[in-house]
Unconditional design. Structure first.
Ligand code: BGC
Length: 417
């Protein structure tokens, strides 16, 4: 490839989430994993339920220093991880200081390695007490979440400047829990889906305001960490799919409607309440096309472990689409499930090429975080799909850096493709 340079200061890294890597959690997802209904369903599908129980996962709760050594070795300068709400507030209103201390150590471990922390406050899991109260359908949910968010931010704010409130709440989470109910679900149905989206949007706005307030006590311009000052930015991450064009009038109309509903739900009405957009882009979706006359039908290529259609150019289009909201964008996830590691290097480079193109065309992209640093617990898919730059042996917990990770590491080091 020719040299495609990224802007100075562009951030390079990878992402994880608490439940997927930490191990030893107790939340609504762990309850569901072990429920008789879930186990019976897996058996019916001929699957071994033990591959679908998060258990010790990657044991990153204990091995995070080793993980961050790897991230540093791979020249990464940003790392996204999430805080497990059920550890911080295991019972309603009881905040566990030991748990917050753990995350303080984790943030310090990143800073000591010259890696900027990007912290997600919620990545799909809830405390059991919260789920028992109706979870995101409870009208008090925004208040519960904001109280938790404030506690976390007050304890980490001197070291963290990049916050993400919710990960893929409006699309992936609401859909899997309320529409197709393939995830822990209490109260399926379109009305619950809409109610959940509304409550989560409310929770985000309340938390956004509360986090902003917390930083008011920090004198502006003060160096927050080791002489590094940073601007505090609070964002929200969504999963956007590329929706291909069709040649038929009414499918073009359907496509526009679907994109509004699917990709822009939060962004279009809440401009004052987010400082950046977190974009997770993985694949295209042909759903609303309703027509075989699809312009790019001949180029189909799939991520076999999860059956997603790979379309790197889609990255360019979703970035261009999002740029109309006039906020900086971080690519908070993009990655491929590829145990053999045959396709990963090309996948990363192809997508980065289209990120670069979007930047040339004026889109304000600030960083790229590959999903994921490690192979990990892939939600309802269990441990099978392997997205990691680093292979994890789940029996020994040994980490092995994949060849593609070194190739990505070169890009991170040189700031160019
Ligand atoms: C989620 C991750 C997940 C990844 C790959 C994203 O939707 O945020 O938690 O592991 O996709 O499936």
């Amino acid at each position: 490839m020719a040299n495609y340079r990224f802007p100075d200061g562009f951030k390079w890294g990878s992402a994880t989430s608490a439940h997927q890597v930490e191990g030893g959690n107790h939340n609504d997802w762990t309850e569901w994993e072990k429920s008789p209904a879930r186990i019976a369903q897996l058996k019916k599908e001929g699957k071994d339920p033990s591959g679908f129980i998060s258990g010790k996962a990657c044991d990153s709760y204990n091995r995070y220093e080793e993980d961050f050594d790897i991230a540093k070795k791979l020249n990464q300068n940003i790392h996204r991880f999430s805080i497990e709400w059920s550890r911080i507030e295991p019972e309603e209103g009881r905040f566990d200081f030991e748990a917050i201390k753990h995350y303080q150590c984790l943030v310090k471990a990143l800073r000591d390695r010259g890696i900027e922390p990007m912290v997600t406050l919620w990545h799909f899991t809830n405390p059991v007490w919260f789920a028992d109260k109706g979870g995101w359908l409870n009208s008090k949910a925004p208040g519960y979440f904001t109280r938790y968010a404030k506690y976390v931010v007050d304890n980490l704010k001197s070291e963290v400047g990049l916050w993400i409130t919710f990960n893929e709440a409006f699309t992936v989470y609401a859909g899997h829990t309320k529409l197709n109910a393939t995830w822990p679900s209490r109260g399926k149905g379109i009305f619950n889906f809409l109610k959940m989206r509304k409550n989560i949007a409310k929770a985000h706005i309340l938390a956004y305001q509360s986090i902003k307030d917390s930083y008011k006590n920090v004198p502006s311009g003060q160096a927050l960490h080791n002489g590094m000052s940073h601007n505090v930015m609070i964002g929200i991450t969504e999963n956007n799919v590329y929706v291909p064009d069709t040649k038929v009038f009414w499918t073009t109309w359907a496509r526009r409607k679907y994109k509004n509903f699917r990709n822009f739900y939060f962004f279009k009405d809440n401009a004052p309440y987010y400082d950046f957009i977190g974009l997770n882009y993985y694949h295209m979706s042909r759903k609303p096309a309703f027509s075989k006359k699809n312009e790019i039908v001949s180029k189909q290529e799939f991520m076999k472990e999860v059956n997603w259609e790979i379309y790197p150019e889609g990255m360019y289009h979703v970035l261009k689409d999002l740029s109309k909201f006039k906020k900086p964008i971080y690519i908070t996830e993009n990655g491929i499930a590829d145990e053999s590691d045959q396709l990963r290097e090309k996948f990363i480079k192809d997508h980065l090429y289209w990120v670069w193109r979007a930047i040339q065309d004026g889109v304000d992209v600030r960083g790229y975080l590959y999903w994921s640093l490690l192979d990990n617990f892939e939600w309802a898919e269990g441990f099978r799909p392997r997205f990691g730059l680093v292979e994890v042996d789940y029996a020994t917990l040994e980490r092995k850096i994949r060849p593609s990770a070194y190739e990505y590491g070169k890009i991170c080091l040189t700031n160019q493709l």
